[in-house]
Design a protein around this ligand. Sequence first.
Ligand SMILES: Cc1cc2nc3c(=O)[nH]c(=O)nc-3n(C[C@H](O)[C@H](O)[C@H](O)COP(=O)(O)OP(=O)(O)OC[C@H]3O[C@@H](n4cnc5c(N)ncnc54)[C@H](O)[C@@H]3O)c2cc1C
Length: 387
Amino acid sequence: MAVVAPQIVVVGSGLAGFGVLRELRRLSPEARLTLVTLEAGHFYSKPALSTALAKGKTAETLVTSHAEKMIAQLKLDARIGREAESIDRTGKALCTTGGPIPYDALVLATGALPFRPPLEGNAAHRAISVNQLDHYDRFRKELPDGARVLIMGSGLVGTEFANDLVTTGYKPLVVDMLPLPLGQLVPLPVGEKVRDALAAEGVRWHLGRKILAINYAEPGPGYVATLDDGTSIMADLVLSAVGLRPNVALAKEAGLDVGIGIKVNEHGQTSDPHIYAIGDCAEYLHGPSAYVTPIMAAARGIAPTALGTPTEIRFPPLSVQVKTTLFPINLLPPSRATTGEWRLQEDDTDGLKYVFVDTDNIVRGYVLTQEKCEQRMDMDKKVGETA
Ligand SMILES: Cc1cc2nc3c(=O)[nH]c(=O)nc-3n(C[C@H](O)[C@H](O)[C@H](O)COP(=O)(O)OP(=O)(O)OC[C@H]3O[C@@H](n4cnc5c(N)ncnc54)[C@H](O)[C@@H]3O)c2cc1C
């Protein structure tokens, strides 16, 4: 009797969805692969969104492979612009706006949703979060030449956008409750240097401050933001970069275990072994990990497991390049559970090198700046050996 190829359904066409589809197709030319996505199904690299202005990219030119090409290459049954609404776990079917789709294995790659801080004011809803291609399209279309751009948040994304905007002739004004940029990622002296390097080029920082309200400017155009010390900031556009929350709605409604993200085991399986989660929506055993490297690693574990060969996900050191060209940084943040301290190891004309050392004196993370970024691979290897 002929064996029927498994039917694997993937929800989401971001790096995680396509990452796992690529691995599935590489391992199984015959598997029946279905993609369900709310987006247009084009392939692009999301990290490129926060360096796109300096590279002269538009939403169209950020696309590296159009949907038709991805569908043909990966031999997909693609349901573009469709919403996955619920999961019938007993009948093993994904219920979508286009009808139910049966599955042998279901992969949730639903990403994360921008957090919207509670703000007063008649224009609070006008803040743009750039977390998808079409968000970027709106951002570009609403951005007047030389505009003053108020950026809410000075984490990785906010600081990278400030760098991108200031190096292309715009006037970024950044507000954050923390006293320094990248405050949750790097030691204080590195944050000070980032602040100063970007300020020297024209970034205006309002640190240790909170935005209370955003109103339309009168007379317009533009907006006026009110801070908690009474300061008013005028801007032509407001960019929100205050963080993302894993998109767990489908999983929660289906009764899967959910913590911060959709909880998965060492194979990427949720509390239902026929359903997997990957990418920004997932919470791995070491916690959520909203970066590219863990997605690729998880795809290499989930694809063979979903095809019937249980394979443990092996995460490499999850280092990140902060794309602040005015003050380059490579970093490997220690996991949330690790207690320890940052220690300065090198401080010279090439830059700074910090290591994060745990209570057993083992290096669990690092921060390299400027020319020291060249040590990234050596440091990844070093931390990988002790992991
Ligand atoms: C500006 C920016 C810069 C970044 N820079 C870096 C970097 O330098 N290095 C790094 O490692 N990481 C970086 N990241 C993080 C990295 O890009 C993300 O971790 C990664 O792209 C997440 O991919 P994903 O596929 O999990 O999610 P997403 O790309 O958000 O994809 C989610 C998909 O799910 C679909 N979807 C959701 N719900 C449904 C539903 N119910 N039905 C159908 N479809 C649904 C959406 O339409 C979308 O296609 C950056 C992120 C941003 C925003």
